[in-house]
Design a binder for this molecule. Structure first.
Ligand code: 5GP
Ligand code: ZN
Length: 119
């Protein structure tokens, strides 16, 4: 399948890994939007939040557990962080393999919603 994040899971495209188990992978975003910016993905391909089936919900728990561990590992557990899933066009999802952004290491500002370029 021609999916960027599946290629990262398979090792066909290199990534800076933070942690990994048999179900999820955490790696640094190539274009960080904050001092700490990693991506948490299930190894199983799912295009977006819309494609998460009831039998996949355990993976969502795995992703939250990995986020918690990565936050500790990266030293942002106490200062705080943001965990984000972008879904579809209006969510500005650009890679169509389910992923969560974990951002921290600085005050991130309030969520503003509509950006001026799209309003
Ligand atoms: P989205 O906009 O779909 O929510 O987020 C996709 C994220 O993937 C972006 O933050 C982008 O910087 C990141 N990204 C895109 N291509 C690569 C890549 O080849 N390697 C890594 N590590 N991150 C990538
Ligand atoms: Zn994929």
């Amino acid at each position: 399948m021609d999916c960027l994040f599946c290629k990262i899971v398979n090792g066909d495209i290199p990534s800076k890994k933070v942690l990994e188990n048999d179900r999820v992978l955490v790696f640094h975003d190539i274009q960080p939007a904050a001092p700490v910016h990693v991506l948490i993905i299930p190894k199983k391909h799912m295009a977006s939040m819309n494609d998460v089936m009831p039998e996949d919900l355990g993976l969502i728990a795995d992703i939250h557990q990995a986020a918690q561990e990565a936050a500790k590992e990266l030293g942002i557990a106490d200062s705080g962080y943001r965990l984000i899933n972008n879904c579809g066009r209006d969510g500005e999802q650009t890679v169509h393999h389910l992923h969560y952004h974990l951002l921290g290491g600085a005050r991130l500002g309030a969520l503003t919603g509509i950006s001026s370029s799209h309003a």
